[in-house]
Design a protein around this ligand. Structure first.
Ligand SMILES: [Zn+2]
Length: 302
């Protein structure tokens, strides 16, 4: 599960002045950061869904969401990574480029990979990556690696013009997808495993929905961890082994009562007490081998 967080959101409502709103930065061409972040995050979600990744969105419409609600949504969904999508702004219109912010040392590797992915996709379009930057007042309590992608500058005329085009927003979304997938190779491995399973079982195709939905199969499989099944199997095996005599004795009593139960004749000639005696005699037998002087122990039974 990947958490996507479209920055800002909400529209002022005169009927409800108590509801907060946050448009984010406003572009020199009138674009609003909150609209672009939602559009880009939805594109990333669609791209990730193609690779069978489950996505949780902290908002999926134009509404105000607090920082706590955003963090909680990611935690509750068990997200492995958190990507907050923003667009930058500055007083100097010549300043441009993409930037990746991270809250602490734990997120540095993810931020580095994300910066490289942005550079690879966007440099050719005129948006250079300016690297990574520590921003230790955002997402500092997150339980997973976090990056904030500042995709471009809304105050830079060239970049603001690029952001009006769907093709640039798609490239930015592809870059974010690339960053997530190169940092987390499990995605590619699981995708190929699911694809292989699906082609082997055409009647029961496993799919992962684009809007954070999952099919019942994937959901129920992921909710029961493999380790739990192993523990159950081992416990069942141990209990069966421990009570094997009682189970066999029960089966034997069934056979005596209903002769036809043991149709295969598996219990023919089986008697628990006789076996136990045979095993004991075997354990004692080597001591009796070979000539040796008679001792007082030979008269003892144990
Ligand atoms: Zn922002």
């Amino acid at each position: 599960v990947i958490a996507l967080d479209p920055g800002h959101g909400g529209t002022p409502d005169n009927g409800h002045p108590e509801i907060p709103f946050d448009p984010g930065a406003i572009g020199i061409n009138g674009l609003l950061e909150k609209d672009l972040t939602l559009d880009i995050a939805q594109r990333v979600r669609q791209l990730l869904a193609q690779d069978l990744v489950q996505v949780v969105m902290t908002r999926d419409s134009d509404r105000y969401v607090s920082v706590e609600e955003r963090s909680q949504a990611a935690r509750q969904a068990g997200a492995a990574l958190f990507v907050s999508v923003h667009l930058n702004s500055w007083t100097d219109p010549t300043v441009g480029g993409s930037l990746v912010l991270y809250p602490g040392p734990r997120s540095v590797p993810f931020a580095t990979v994300m910066g490289q992915a942005l550079q690879k996709r966007l440099a050719a379009l005129g948006v250079e990556n300016k690297g990574t930057e520590l921003r230790d007042n955002w997402w500092i309590h997150a339980t997973m690696p976090v990056v904030t992608v500042e995709g471009a500058y809304l105050t830079n005329p060239q970049e603001a013009a690029l952001l009006t085009t769907a093709s640039f927003r798609q490239s930015l979304a592809q870059a974010i997808r690339d960053g997530i997938e190169s940092f987390d190779p499990v995605i590619a491995r699981q995708k190929s495993a699911i694809t292989a399973w699906n082609s082997a079982h055409p009647a029961a195709v496993v799919s992962v929905g684009g809007a954070g939905r999952t099919s019942g199969t994937v959901a129920s499989r992921s909710r029961v961890p493999g380790s739990l099944l192993w523990v159950l199997a081992i416990v069942t095996g141990a209990v069966t082994l421990w009570y094997r005599r009682r189970i066999c004795a029960f089966a034997l009593s069934l056979r005596q009562r209903y002769g036809a139960v043991d149709g295969l004749g598996l219990l023919n000639g089986w008697a628990p007490r006789r076996r136990r005696q045979v095993r004991r005699r075997r354990a004692v037998a080597p001591m009796a081998r070979g000539p040796r002087p008679h001792s007082v122990y030979d008269d003892l039974w144990f």
